[in-house]
Design a protein around this ligand. Structure first.
Ligand code: SF4
Length: 298
């Protein structure tokens, strides 16, 4: 391993995604794809079979970053759920980051209920003490009927328990939620229980996304058969309003910065709750313009 040096570039493979707040982070791809890869709305990693990348490739990328990415003080571990990496190996990656990227202040990664469940509280604390300070958990909805239908692979109760475990470990927790995933039929019910689940987990950040139907995914096929109908723009605004109305948290940045959303909001809750609901009402009255369809992306 000692003979590895910074190569000609980062070894990115296939489609790579990161959350909006990680736009300035060093993007270190440590896994390919997502270990779950079954959510019916998601086409992101359909081109990849899940695997953990080889240690020498990961080290080569860290060394490349150590030479060329000195201005970036955060690392984001891609792809889908880097937390699924066994503890010893994940610790090795964090130690190499600490060794070679001395200026990095915090490492982040996507996680899911399964990957969090595979780590004890003690192991999460150990990861946090070695730099892994922020996890992004894709909750999408608090409605178990919808969760089953979209093949999320876990229940709202498991989301609650795993979200709390991350918080108990002292890590920052971002929940991602999905507007429109209940379709027209369950739009407001999805909003209410999701807001209640967020309140129970009490995360540091919430990132909202809006469903975009991706050709080839099971949800797209459902829509083509006439079995799934998305709320329209007005319906989505009302869904977002209902979700925020049912969200009672102690201190949380609630945003819809993602490119899939029609309306950009950014508010600290609970202080900014009324202001952001007034903003949505203004958008419902047509006083605030929405993001045009052609610039939306998932
Ligand atoms: S939404 Fe997340 S957990 Fe589901 S398949 Fe896509 S990457 Fe995997």
């Amino acid at each position: 391993m000692d003979s590895i040096t910074a190569s000609e570039g980062m070894h990115y493979e296939g489609t790579c995604i990161r959350p909006p707040p990680e736009a300035s982070s060093i993007l270190l791809q440590v896994t390919l794809g997502c270990s779950h890869n079954r959510c019916t709305f998601c086409g992101t990693f359909k081109d990849k079979r899940f695997q953990i990348k080889a240690d020498d490739i990961i080290l080569s990328d860290i060394l490349f970053a150590s030479t060329y990415m000195k201005g970036q003080d955060q690392v984001f571990l891609m792809d889908g759920d880097a937390l699924i990496i066994p503890q010893k190996r994940l610790m090795w990656i964090l130690e190499r980051i600490q060794e070679h990227l001395l200026w990095v202040k915090r490492v982040g990664a996507y996680a899911n209920t399964k990957s969090i469940g595979m780590k004890s509280l003690h192991e999460l604390v150990e990861l946090r003490e070695n730099g892994l300070g922020k996890l992004y958990l894709g909750v999408e909805t608090g409605d178990d009927e919808i969760r089953k239908k979209i093949d999320k692979g876990s229940t709202a109760q498991q989301c609650l328990e795993m979200g709390r475990r991350v918080k108990d470990a002292g890590m920052q927790l971002t929940l991602t939620l999905l507007l429109g995933i209940g379709g027209k039929a369950k739009s407001l019910a999805h909003a209410r229980v999701t807001g209640e689940l967020v309140s129970a987990i009490d995360p540091d950040y919430v990132g909202l996304l809006t469903v975009i139907l991706i050709p080839g995914t099971p949800l797209w096929e459902e829509h083509e058969r006439g079995d799934f109908a998305m709320p329209d723009e007005r319906g989505l605004l009302m869904e977002m309003r209902e979700m925020i109305a049912h969200t009672n948290v102690s201190h949380c940045l609630f945003t819809s910065q993602h490119a899939s959303n029609y309306l950009l909001i950014r508010a600290w809750l609970p202080e900014g709750k009324q202001e952001v609901m007034d903003m949505i009402d203004a958008a419902l009255r047509g006083e605030i313009g929405l993001r045009p369809e052609w610039v939306r992306s998932f």
